[in-house]
Design a protein around this ligand. Structure first.
Ligand code: ATP
Length: 773
């Protein structure tokens, strides 16, 4: 008789959340559990952080596919977190090791702050010694420990503070920033009504990211952060800035202070102290608002759902790729690229920032933080500084920079314009606003200047910091509608550069002008496109202003609609998303709400797909139970199919469900463009717009028209590409227009996000397309 084949033990991957909770931790758990199962392994949740590892028992539980339903949209952490004193000591870690072996757990994925990750790394380093000790003490046998010789761990940074070096963002920081901005925006109105001052304290004991980004996103007058304390005499400087802003006509004063704010001697600066300075020295009616724990709460934003999901997938892959010699990784993000970094190095770098602050070496602290942080700090200073005169360029280097919005409105257009104007004014350039796009420019009669082209002042744009839509006015009109008149106006207003903020139309407009240079010398000026469109379909970038705002709005819509079905049960919603011929919005929204299926124009819709998805729905509803029984969502891009419209898909599902469930169509339409821009769109608008102005100045100031036209980058797009922000030339053989643009379908030829579509399907458990068509 043949000996029975014993299947090899499946790898068991444990996931835990540790340290302070942050929005997005649940997304990590869902993604780790489902990816682990998808990869043929077993997933275990360690409840209550390291305490669960030390106490074991029911705190270590196997997780099944359906256990994490609904996790993506929940705030906090559903598997709990706790500070665990025992784990700081070796005996605590010894017990944890014993429990892990007994539960058969091979690898750990920890989502937490630098403390949690330090603990994890120490645990891994001690692991062989811990096993030896357990055997020598007779607590485990050699045979028991034999299969567990190497512990693989992987870190994910979950923290609202964004205090980990080596990553641009931590899971939770953008949701928290969103909470803060909502509240600061709300204070705006009352502050302006009473001409009051407000000092708003935000979290961040050792890290000023939240305070700085909130200040940029809300146009605060002054900020206090721990890593860059104000210089001696800050009281006078702050009062001077506030007074100068008031003189310009500002009716409100907002000061944002980190809870860890300090002066250069490391003495704490409190919100009360700041209130007193403003009240005593300026006689300003000033109030204090401490935002406290509200900053941790609320639903995770789009970005945190996206980040937690993709980083969770990457963490499982890193664990499965690991060898005994692989250094422990931590999953990080640079711009748009998710990477594996060295956990020890990132933790050490983070600690060195704290050390530099302790040593009062604040310049070093700023350098050790990410480059991006310093850039943000400098750009913030530029928009609040009273001392603009010092930064002026010599007369011959100054440019007349025209700013135009093109295409549909998108969140971030106004903040980008505000930042560009601030930069221009600081350097002595002349910012010129073109109202109502190219038709506004072309509407000009004779040689009399018209109202739609005018130089713009700081006080015009300062309130635009958190305004949605386009204050300049935007439309789809193109230069080609009247090219001679467009050229005439360029000449008349003496434009030295054109800064276009918009989507595919802005790209098209710049291309038309570039191509008209031979005929119209007035077009031989630099043309720079800052992509701003909810569809995120501009060649040369993986991110467009406004797409984050749109996705936040869209997932809020999906959450609410899904919730509406939790009483009636068994309902599927077919929701139509915008995006033109690009499936970006539908796919990203699908990833961050856990859509059952996503229909995009790139793939189309066919009968096999529908019938397979209806079957999949039947299966899903069959196993649905309890609280997880909210509605299911299918997302359909508006142009995914001419025949299978949103209503037709919903009707077909209803018909084929044969009474087992029902379906409804929902079209959020222009609601998706959102209200106020998201904080991410606001801060990126500022950073990108300033980069654009610097680029124009450094590359083209003082250059002749022919020199400009000869430079390939004189018609360019600024964009995020992988881990970098780059300027890409539009023209030329290898330029964006020739190599990366699908002009007919109005989208990039290679859409960076396409591989993520498979991830949406994997995480929803949807059968593969190849299974049906
Ligand atoms: P937050 O950013 O919210 O503070 P954190 O992960 O830094 O998150 P900590 O309280 O520092 O939060 O750490 C969480 C848990 O990690 C601790 O309660 C402890 O169990 C474990 N831990 C932290 N530092 C160490 C360490 N040096 N050695 C062993 N375990 C540690």
């Amino acid at each position: 008789m043949a000996t029975p084949v014993v299947p090899p033990k499946k790898k068991r991957i444990g996931v835990m959340t540790s340290g302070g909770d942050s929005q997005g931790m649940n997304g990590v758990v869902r993604s780790v559990v489902r990816t682990t199962i998808h990869m043929g392994c077993e997933a275990y949740a360690i409840y209550e952080g390291y305490d669960g590892l030390v106490q074991a028992g029911d705190l270590i539980k196997e997780m099944h596919w359906d256990d994490v339903r609904g996790y993506l949209s929940r705030g906090g952490t559903l598997i709990g977190t706790k500070r665990c004193m025992e784990f700081y000591e070796r005996p605590g870690r010894l017990t944890a090791a014993k429990n892990m072996v007994e539960k058969g757990i091979d690898a750990l994925i920890i989502c937490g702050g630098d403390g949690s990750l330090t603990g994890a790394d120490m645990f891994r380093a001690e692991w062989p010694g811990l096993l030896e000790e357990l055997v020598s003490k007779g607590q485990l046998t050699r045979a028991q420990v034999e299969p567990y010789q190497h512990l693989n761990i992987c870190g994910l940074v979950g923290s609202i503070d964004n205090d980990m070096s080596g990553t641009d963002a931590t899971i939770g920081c953008y949701s928290s920033l969103e909470r803060i901005c909502e509240m600061v925006d709300a204070v705006f109105d009352t502050a302006a009504s009473h001409k009051r001052g407000f000092v708003i304290e935000v979290m961040g004991r050792h890290c000023g990211w939240l305070a700085l980004m909130a200040s940029i996103a809300t146009g605060a007058d002054y900020v206090f952060i721990p890593e860059k304390p104000p210089s001696e005499g800050w009281e006078e400087e702050m009062c001077e800035i506030v007074t100068s802003h008031r003189k310009l006509g500002k009716r409100r004063t907002i000061i944002i202070i980190s809870e860890g704010a300090q002066d250069t001697d490391l003495n704490k600066i409190t919100a009360d102290q700041v209130v007193k300075v403003l009240s005593d020295q300026l006689k300003l009616d000033t109030r204090k608002t401490v935002l406290g724990h509200t900053q941790r709460g609320g639903l995770p934003s789009f970005y945190d759902r996206w980040l937690s999901t993709l980083q969770g997938v990457e963490a499982v892959n890193a664990i499965l790729d690991a060898t005994p010699d692989t250094p422990s990784p931590v999953i990080t993000i640079r711009e748009n690229k998710i990477e594996r970094s060295n956990l020890q190095e990132c933790v050490a770098l983070t600690k060195s920032v704290a050390e530099a602050i302790k040593q009062k070496d604040f310049n070093k602290a700023m350098q050790l933080r990410d480059v991006e942080f310093k850039e943000y700090f400098d750009s913030y200073k530029l928009t609040t500084s009273t001392d603009r005169v010092k930064m002026r360029l010599p007369e011959e280097k100054r440019l007349r920079i025209a700013i135009i919005h093109v295409g549909a409105p998108a969140g971030g257009m106004n903040p980008a314009t505000r930042a560009a104007v601030a930069y221009c004014l600081s350097r002595g350039h002349t910012p010129i606003a073109i109202h109502n796009g190219f038709p506004g420019l072309q509407r000009h009669h004779d040689d009399k200047p018209i109202g739609s082209v005018r130089t713009i002042e700081w006080i015009d744009v300062d309130p635009w910091v958190n305004e949605g839509g386009s204050e300049l006015g935007t439309n789809r009109g193109l230069p080609s509608e009247d090219l001679p008149q467009t050229a005439h106006c360029f000449k008349l207003y003496k434009f030295d550069a054109l800064f276009l903020i918009g989507g595919f139309e802005a790209f098209t407009a710049a291309s038309e002008i570039r191509k008209g240079r031979d005929k119209y010398p007035a077009f031989r000026i630099p043309l720079l496109v800052l992509p701003a469109t909810v569809s995120n379909n501009v060649p040369g970038t993986e991110y467009s202003l406004g797409s984050d705002t749109c996705l936040n709005t869209l997932i809020g819509f999906c959450d609410a609609i899904r919730q509406s079905a939790s009483a009636s049960r068994r309902r599927v919603f077919v929701i139509e998303t915008q995006g033109g011929k690009s499936g970006y919005l539908a796919t990203m929204a699908g990833l961050s709400i856990g859509a059952l299926a996503v229909y995009i124009p790139e793939e189309g819709i066919n009968i096999h797909m529908l019938s397979r998805d209806i079957e999949f729905l039947r299966e899903n509803f069959k196993y649905d139970k309890g609280a997880s029984r909210a509605g299911k969502i299918i997302l359909r891009n508006e142009t995914a199919s001419d025949v299978y419209t949103t209503q037709v898909v919903a009707d077909m599902i209803k018909e084929e469900a044969r009474g087992r469930f029902e379906s409804r169509a929902a079209v959020p339409g222009h609601y998706q463009q959102g209200g106020k821009p998201s904080p991410m769109d606001r801060i990126r608008a500022q950073r990108m717009a300033i980069k654009c102005m610097q680029f124009l100045e450094e590359t083209f100031a003082g250059k002749s028209k022919d020199e400009v036209a000869a430079n390939k980058l004189s018609a360019a797009v600024i964009g995020v590409q992988g881990s970098e922000v780059v300027f890409s030339a539009m023209g030329g053989e290898d330029g964006l227009e020739a190599m990366e643009t699908d002009w007919k379908l109005r989208r990039p030829l290679n859409e960076f996000w396409r591989p993520l579509k498979a991830t949406v399907d994997i995480l929803s458990g949807r059968p593969k397309d190849s299974d049906c068509c």
